[in-house]
Design a protein around this ligand. Structure first.
Ligand SMILES: NC(=O)c1ccc[n+]([C@@H]2O[C@H](COP(=O)([O-])OP(=O)(O)OC[C@H]3O[C@@H](n4cnc5c(N)ncnc54)[C@H](OP(=O)(O)O)[C@@H]3O)[C@@H](O)[C@H]2O)c1
Length: 289
């Protein structure tokens, strides 16, 4: 397992100092994901699908989670055709029973792995979710429950389920999907903003609790990203699309491929000293607030 460790040793004056174990020679830290098992929720579409394919290309074995088996099968096929290894676990992340079942299946996968001795490192990407824009006065209790059940409750209990397995192994990496709306506002973003601010807060809180146990917890906060669903929304409301575009200083919306570098980095050994961080991948939106 490729994690940074430090030990304490007596120096010449007898004080105990932390001594780091640098990689030998001039080896660069690895940005590869070989020997990692990555569980990706929301892997059947959009950003999660792009992450699953990129993780596989970077060497990870992947577990694809979403509610729709057929869509997961299609992603699994494209990964396997390219020579990767993918498992599908259909589940609804807002249902605790489904999450406990994933925990059991991932545990079985790790223990029954033919390559058990290779010391699989576990990665979780919480990507299941969807955008939401609605005036505050129109939001119903049903809206509130639907948004928070997936983004806040789902993210929390996925972290808890996979975090338990990571803690048993003394190492793991969690990447949550936050949003620019976690830290800025606009018309209709009250509920979605609460959910995503919650995801960023949870990221910091879990990183504090689990850093001593070897688990790194970070988040990616993308700006508007052109998936099938956001593209459809923008076609339906071009004025709103133009308004959002004017806030992205690089002058275009993100594509899922724009987020892949951050997602691979945060899952790789190269980011092992980063935890509790929400990384804005937003074309300059946040800096200009
Ligand atoms: N696209 C953007 O502009 C943008 C910007 C910032 C943040 N984000 C965040 O990035 C994440 C991915 O968004 P996206 O744009 O890629 O969305 P997307 O293209 O609509 O894909 C959403 C994915 O989540 C899955 N999903 C939805 N509800 C689920 C549930 N209850 N249980 C399990 N899986 C569920 C969907 O699969 P099934 O339908 O098969 O379940 C699908 O795989 C979300 O958290 C979103 O809030 C997106």
């Amino acid at each position: 397992m490729n994690c940074i460790r430090s030990t304490r040793r007596q120096d010449a004056r007898g004080s105990a100092l932390p001594i780091s174990h640098e990689p030998e020679g001039d080896a660069l830290p690895s940005f590869r994901l070989d020997g990692r098992l990555a569980v990706i929720t929301g892997a059947s579409d959009g950003i999660g699908r792009a992450f699953a394919i990129a993780y596989s290309r970077s060497g990870a074995e992947v577990v694809l989670v979403s509610r729709t088996r057929e869509k997961l099968l299609e992603v699994q096929r494209s990964i396997e055709v390219a020579g990767g290894r993918a498992h599908i676990f259909p589940a609804d992340v807002s249902k605790i029973d489904d999450l406990r079942s994933i925990e059991r299946q991932v545990s079985t996968l790790i223990n029954s792995s033919k390559e058990k001795d290779r010391d699989l490192a576990l990665v979780l990407v919480n990507c299941a979710g969807f955008g939401h824009t609605k005036p505050a006065l129109d939001i119903t209790e049903e809206d509130w429950d639907r948004i928070l059940d997936v983004h806040a409750k789902g993210t929390f209990f996925c972290c808890q389920s996979m975090g338990r397995l990571m803690i048993e192994r003394g190492y793991g990496k969690i990447i949550n999907l936050s949003s620019t709306w976690s830290a800025s506002t606009d018309m209709g973003k009250s509920l979605y903003g609460v959910a995503k601010a919650g995801v960023s807060y949870l990221t910091a809180a879990l990183s504090t609790e689990w850093a001593p146990l070897g688990v790194r917890v970070n988040a990616i906060a993308p700006t508007s990203t052109l998936t099938e669903s956001t593209s459809r929304t923008f076609r339906e409301d071009e004025a709103r699309a133009q308004k959002l575009l004017s806030r992205i200083k690089l002058g275009r919306f993100a594509e899922p491929s724009d987020l892949v570098g951050a997602a691979v980095f945060l899952a790789s050994p190269a980011s092992d000293f980063i935890t509790g961080h929400t990384l804005f991948v937003d074309g300059g939106w946040h800096a200009a607030l």
